[in-house]
Design a protein around this ligand. Structure first.
Ligand code: UFG
Length: 339
């Protein structure tokens, strides 16, 4: 079966392409390299990489039809909460307007299956933890709101046009390919684990803990970190479920355990053996105190089991990548569309 992966040169997308290839799927990647990395194509020669935009209807329609694509896995989106608060127009344009253009191309070409990268940010401030899929959906930032808009469109496309879809709501993706081929490289980097590891490498002077007065045991925010390869494997399970014509729906993906910012720092100090400087700072606007998933549904319905669930393994795989690739993929400034 031939699948199209949008955003397959990005962090989660690239790890998923690797899992798909290992599972025997034929993969075409569509990425505009606005956030992804050209180097991923060299690492994953088994996939075909097309540099282009999801909103290019002619290009997308052509890819879907000429390759007889049966499933689209849609990762191509912007995903930074603070950027989305500053620039909602960018987020609505990329995540909703362009996303809907892709969905229209999918409908037109009659592609039967769709897997969507969603986020815990669709829930907003949790009223109940661990968060189950039936939790209220009240995003507190444009990033979460745009992901929710697309989820809703998918649902109605499913009802009206029979599109079968699975929505995967990721909690905090972290870690790197255990074989060391792929890793996390964002420009600019805003995520806790890579920042901490860059500080351990001396690439940053220090790490700032955003808020120490949260209602948590040590006063810092708690998050549910999930290994990116475990996330990637869930996409293969989702694809098989769709091929088996299981029902459409949404699934959380997390390890069901929260770690505080201080705990992440401690684990990173242990794993790296380096005592990098840490300072305490103000809260970052929009951060909920605790985000922890219930992943019961995906475990029970799709048989998902994390292989790299403990935080030490997550941090160790990330550390291996960062040590070997202190400059990330080393491709500096990204090129634009249709490169
Ligand atoms: N943090 C710090 N210092 C830093 C960076 C982060 O203390 O320098 C803290 C944050 O305040 C937060 C935790 O570390 O409490 C994790 O922060 P990240 O930026 O790594 O991740 P987020 O939890 O903010 O966001 C991630 C994804 C989002 C997604 C969200 C859903 O980046 O796309 O998880 O759980 F929406």
């Amino acid at each position: 079966m031939h699948v199209l992966v949008t955003g397959g040169a990005g962090y989660i997308g690239s790890h998923t392409v690797k899992e798909l290839l290992q599972a025997g799927y034929k993969v075409t990647v569509l990425d505009n390299l606005s956030r992804g990395h050209r180097a991923v194509a060299r690492v994953l020669p088994g996939a075909e990489f097309v540099w282009g935009d999801i909103a290019d209807r002619e290009l997308v329609g052509g890819l879907l039809r000429t390759r007889n694509i049966r499933a689209v896995l849609h990762f191509a989106a912007l995903s930074l909460v603070s950027e989305s608060v500053a620039e909602p127009s960018l987020y609505y344009h990329n995540n909703v307007v362009k996303g809907l253009s892709l969905l229209e191309a999918v409908r037109e070409a009659g592609v039967p299956y769709f897997i969507f990268s969603s986020t815990a940010a669709v829930y907003g401030e949790p009223v109940q933890v661990p968060i189950e899929e039936g939790h209220s959906l009240v995003p507190t930032n444009p990033y979460g709101a745009t992901k929710l808009s697309f989820e809703e469109a998918l649902r109605w496309y499913g009802v009206a046009y029979g599109l079968k879809y699975i929505i995967l709501r990721y909690f905090n993706a972290a870690g790197a390919d255990p074989e060391g081929e792929l890793g996390e490289d964002h420009q600019p980097e805003t995520h806790l684990i890579p920042l901490v590891l860059q500080a351990a490498l001396g690439l940053r002077p220090k790490v700032t803990i955003f808020g120490t007065d949260y209602p948590t045991p040590d006063g810092t925010c708690m998050r549910d970190y999930i290994h990116v390869t475990d996330l990637a494997a869930a996409h293969v399970l989702a694809l098989r479920a769709l091929e088996g014509e299981l029902l459409s729906g949404a699934y959380n993906l997390g390890n069901e355990q929260g770690y505080s910012v201080r705990e992440v720092v401690e684990v990173a100090r242990r794993v790296t053996g380096r005592n990098f400087p840490v300072e305490e700072g103000a809260r970052r606007p929009g951060d909920p105190a605790v985000l922890v998933a219930s992943s019961r549904r995906i475990r029970e319905e799709l048989g998902w089991r994390p292989r790299y669930g403990d935080l030490e393994t997550i941090v160790r795989t990330a550390w291996e990548w960062h040590r070997r690739h202190p400059e990330g993929y080393g491709d500096g400034t990204k090129t634009g569309f249709h490169d």
